[in-house]
Design a protein around this ligand. Sequence first.
Ligand SMILES: [Cu+2]
Length: 197
Amino acid sequence: MARGLVGLICCFALTVVIFTDSTAAVTHTVGDTTGWTIPSSPEFYTDTWEDNKTFRIGDKLAFNWSGVHNVAQVSTEADYDNCNTAAARVLSSTSPFEFTLNTTGDHYFLCTVGTHCRSGQKLKLEENGEREATCEFHVDRALNDNGAGAGVVMTALGGTKMYYAISFGFKASNNEAEYEAMLVGLKLAKELEVMRL
Ligand SMILES: [Cu+2]
């Protein structure tokens, strides 16, 4: 019985099937119905529009405008604060433009046309890569004379389950197998950028 279980787990380990129905990427329309323009309030994009929004890796920002504007990016907060358009890299001068968030960290967008940036046509996204999923963590193990294996199931708050199976190339006691599985789980959590565990 125990031997059969280990065989099963090793089989999983070979195929390393990871299935996840992770939260679908969201497209955020910048400014909603206001679009990307000179806002009525200089803090409109950063304070009003961004309020209560979470930005994750894979999400898209949709910039829509009419008239003469562009979407440009600067890499430092100082350039953003000072509307240093000379340091800006224009991403698009034609609407619509879609930007995919594929890196963590801060993103600074502005319009380099005239004094638009100084009038508030700028957008700062902070720490958008954070995944706010919390994972439940289950470890199971099996061992026999030939070695040991363990399975790890991580369940995100949304119900997303990720299954991992590991086999060890050494003999391990139940506890050792669980510790090893826990280590693998923690490494996985780190790679998935889980912030709380
Ligand atoms: Cu503009």
